[in-house]
Write a protein that binds this ligand. Structure first.
Ligand code: C5P
Length: 310
């Protein structure tokens, strides 16, 4: 009897994203602090006996996410995750995958990476491969720089490409407002714009060290201090490619957010609130200012990728 396994994986924000100069392999060394948010990608995996992989993508109910740009072939990271797992464990079975998206597409919140993490966990369970969490983390790193953190969740420092993780201490819950744009920004293009700015002297690569203010604010559970210490070296390149994001940052400041920043490579902007109530007030302000296509709220840290028990 075939059964469907469902796994959920969280979105992320980078509280700090420090980018070093481009390496020869095309990647940039990072010093980053991730926080997982309770916005989830769900992947359902139903084994099939003919060795084929199929993929369907839907938006989570009420999420207003446009799934039109999401590939449903082998270029989708969830598909590649299933393939890699099957190869690694000699699995001859195939799988029907269904992604239910709750994280904005191409938004800088690692929705695609979450799909890969959820697909790894769901397929490992559906095929009963007996993979340890550590083995899945090794496969995650081969799929993409943000996939290991989606698997891990909570709060973590990321070095290397962002895939060498160390868990970080954090106290309490932080409340976020998430302002998304219908048009996405491509991560490679934002990194390329960063390179261009470095070449022309508009920006210099930063020292790859973890920011003490961020770590102290996390441990204190202090949103005001955390908001004041948010940094992202990809913000200036993202703003150069999409200047209207400045209006979102300004509107968040006008709504008295503790801090606001472009998330990862953008174009999603995240604003940190003092409380859940404050987050709702900032969200109302951003909606009224009409600076984003959708505005939602979330809190973090959230857990890592897990099987959803029915
Ligand atoms: O690893 P992932 O596929 O998510 O990365 C997408 C692209 O983002 C890479 O091909 C690379 O151009 C860029 N990138 C980078 N440095 C990183 C992470 C990603 O240049 N640390």
């Amino acid at each position: 009897m075939t059964r469907t396994v469902r796994a959920k994986a969280p979105a992320k924000v980078n509280l700090q994203l420090t980018v070093g100069p481009r390496s020869e392999d095309g990647y940039h060394p990072l010093a980053t602090v991730f926080q997982a948010l309770d916005l989830w990608e769900i992947v359902e995996a139903t084994p099939r006996t003919d060795g084929r992989i199929t993929l369907a993508v839907d938006a989570a109910a009420g999420s207003l996410i446009d799934t039109a740009g999401v590939p449903v072939d082998e270029s989708n990271l969830a598909w590649r995750a299933a393939e890699l797992l099957a190869e690694s464990y000699g699995i001859a079975d195939g799988v029907d995958l269904r992604i239910v998206k709750g994280v904005p597409v191409a938004g800088g919140m690692a929705g695609g990476s979450a799909d890969a993490a959820a697909a790894l966990v769901a397929c490992a369970e559906a095929w009963d491969v007996g993979a340890s969490r550590g083995a899945l983390a090794g496969l995650a790193a081969r799929l993409g720089a943000d996939v290991p953190f989606s698997l891990h969740g909570h709060t973590a420092v990321g070095m290397g490409r962002g895939d060498v993780l160390t868990p970080a201490m954090s106290h309490g819950q932080f409340h976020w407002v998430i302002a998304t744009q219908a048009a996405g920004l491509s991560t490679p293009l934002v990194f390329a714009e960063y390179d261009r700015r470095v070449d022309e002297g508009a920006q210099s690569p930063s020292e790859l060290a973890v920011c003490t203010e961020v770590m102290t604010a996390l441990m204190a559970g202090d949103p005001v201090a955390l908001g004041a210490s948010l940094t992202n070296d990809l913000e200036a390149p993202a703003l150069a490619l999409m200047p209207r994001l400045m209006q979102v940052l300004e509107a968040a400041e006008a709504a008295d957010a503790c801090g606001a920043i472009v998330s990862g490579s953008g174009p999603t902007v995240v604003a940190l609130a003092r409380s859940r109530q404050h987050a709702l007030a900032i969200a109302a302000h951003l909606r009224a200012a009409k600076v984003a296509d959708a505005v939602l709220t979330a809190s973090g840290p959230a857990g890592g990728t897990v099987v959803i028990q029915d």
